[in-house]
Design a protein around this ligand. Sequence first.
Ligand SMILES: *[C@@H]1O[C@H](CO)[C@@H](O)[C@H](O)[C@H]1NC(C)=O
Length: 231
Amino acid sequence: MRSSILLLVALCGLAAASKNLVKLSEDNWTQLLKGEWMLEFHAPWCPACKDLQKAWNSFADFAPDLKIQVAEVDVTKNPGLSGRFLVTALPTIYHVRDGVFRVYAGSRDKNDFISFVEDRRWRTIDAVPDYKHPNSAQMGVVAVFFKLSMAVRDLHNKLVEEKGIPSWASYSIFAGITLLLGCVLGFLIVLVIDQVFPTGSLSTATKKSEKKGEKKEDKKKEEKSETKKTK
Ligand SMILES: *[C@@H]1O[C@H](CO)[C@@H](O)[C@H](O)[C@H]1NC(C)=O
């Protein structure tokens, strides 16, 4: 009984998934830069995303009619993309047209999605500015940090759950690594600064002025002795 209900639920889930819904990942998200798209960021653990799922799938069925593409990104599988797009809440919906990104803030309803595209209501929304454009170099750096922090978190979970290491020990290991990296980074920065502003020339300059000072004193002494001699 129970398994047949599960099967039914699974079948309904399958039926709801639109064949037009494009799944994007860190490797192929740049397809977004061409043409017109509606893109949803979601996670399996997010209840609001589950509520949206049905509407998003039936919206995807309209994609060919609207001459757009409807896509989704699973942020748990693509942490780099949630960094790149600065996804701070789930679900987040983006409208993309010819590389111009806009955050959709309307109601999560199929008909509203359709009229947003059909009536070009996206024109009333400000585009994402250049400095946080998902394809910019700086957002690429943010993406790397998101991936890195997710990798660290996964490793921590692995250490604690699979290897049975107590979580305080895992935290200490990562704290140690962080400190070490900080030291190495600090050392490198000092090296670079030293190359750009050599301290060597600074110290020789002070030595020279010291020598000049000595000479002056010598001259003064000589002068004094000369004056004594003339007296
Ligand atoms: C993008 O990559 C993901 C993961 O490799 C794959 O599941 C998906 O089908 C790809 N999407 C497109 C449009 O190529």
